[in-house]
Design a protein around this ligand. Sequence first.
Ligand code: IMP
Length: 184
Amino acid sequence: MKDETLTVITSNQGKYREYKKRLGDHYEEVEMSNVGYPEIQASRLEEVVDFALEKLATHSPLVIDDSGLFVDALGGFPGVYSAYVMNTIGCDGILSLMEDRDRREARFECVIGYIGEERKKFKGTAEGTIIEEQRGSKGFGYDPIFSPKGYEKTYAEMTSQEKNEISHRGRSMEKFLDFVRTTE
Ligand code: IMP
């Protein structure tokens, strides 16, 4: 791994920052590429990742990342529609949908798709709650409205390192690292 470059295929700087922070010591270089890949509309993140991996033959070793926020009181919405919802109603829209709700549990899911010697997926989840007002300016996406279980802070009030230690993406990355270590 130390002599390899890992390509993270994403157009999201926030995601890339988290990958670089955690995986930077394990690879000679962790680079970002926004070549893009086809994202199908499916009911599970794993299906989206499987389809994209089929279409991505180049740049090995590479990772892609499909993530989503699943809010219990909204029947799992926005879930696989998280990107669309972020681009339309955003965090404020989710907070409006959550107004006066007692149950505020939610979870983030992240599926990493990897192409290297072989193709693999690694899933991480993180439980938490949707808070009532946005807090914090770090991170990206839904970070200002999500407070992970056992913490007062939102993801947006944490550094990338703190977030990686407990987040859905951090957990997927640990599984990913366990796997690549076994292939060395
Ligand atoms: P995608 O995985 O790039 O399709 O992301 C779906 C949506 O969820 C995007 O709007 C992201 O900004 C958001 N998102 C993905 N991961 C995170 C995260 O770790 N924190 C907050 N929002 C996220």
